[in-house]
Design a protein around this ligand. Sequence first.
Ligand code: PEP
Ligand code: MN
Length: 360
Amino acid sequence: MNEINIAPLSEWGLKPDRPLLISGPCSAETEEQVMETARQLKGTPTQIFRAGVWKPRTRPNTFEGIGVEALKWLRRVKEETGFLTTTEVANAQHTYEALKYGVDILWIGARTTVNPFTVQEIANALEGVDIPVMVKNPINPDVELWCGAFERLSKVGISRLAAIHRGFSSYGETRYRNAPNWQLAIELKRRQPNLPMFCDPSHIAGRADLLQEISQKAMDLNFEGLMIESHINPKEAWSDAKQQITPKEVEALVRNLTLRRMDPGNNGFLNQLEDLRLEIDRLDDELMNILDSRMKVVEKIGMCKKENNVTILQSGRWDKVLAQSTAAAKAKGLSEEFTMKVFSAIHQESINKQTKIMNE
Ligand code: PEP
Ligand code: MN
């Protein structure tokens, strides 16, 4: 990812809490619902009040948000509670309206991050405006698109940036509404270590009972903050009813988090950790040597097949390798899913090597 200038969260006008909490309803429904949710959230560590005003809905004929009228309610929330406010903008028009009504922080939703045209349109609308912008991950697990959105915003001069990890769409039934694929958020942070990271457990989970566990995981992975959807009467919510919780439940969730230190400040522990990491480095080295030796044998087999004019893929052989390795892995307590993934990757690389030899 190209070098981008990222301002620290301390420049957002927030108290340095951990986790930094964003909460509020999925959608602004009525003035009463918005105001009452905000009042009840005053008793929680929330610092930023969220509410969707324009809602990207999967199917038409569902509630698509109140629109501009609800921006006035957000302004009232700010006046009466002192919360900073945030809403999703999905095109230039939304952006102009949100700026006009004094929304403090904008966020770009998952369905927008996938579309470079729209991200660019929003970035252009923000040229010369100094406002924090949070970017949710794209719905597909593509870290490049996520990076691209930050680069587009950075190019127009936005430096108060943050990422929101809200999980990724996957086909078929899974435990989550959106698979967390934590490694993508970790990869983004690796590329941009200064980028503040929020986790949105509500859209990952899709259901209230998983929020605690996902929030804990985010804290253990050193995320700076959480965005949690809350509603005064979740069951009656006009969108995302299953995943919203009451302000009281938000408070309990945050109270129940275990915050582990990034810097353990204890020498005995640090030494032990250092030893274990050295051991891991040594094993990784060994693993690499073994893979290298394996590939050299694969190349010899490739030469052999070429000389004898036989096909690369001998599927009976691959079935046997897979059966042997999953059995061996099982005996060691390694999951079948993991073994399949590792061996499929090794097999693919072996085929690539042999194809190269065949074509030489
Ligand atoms: C939301 O936050 O209500 C929302 C629509 O989020 P996402 O873009 O993550 O689906
Ligand atoms: Mn929602």
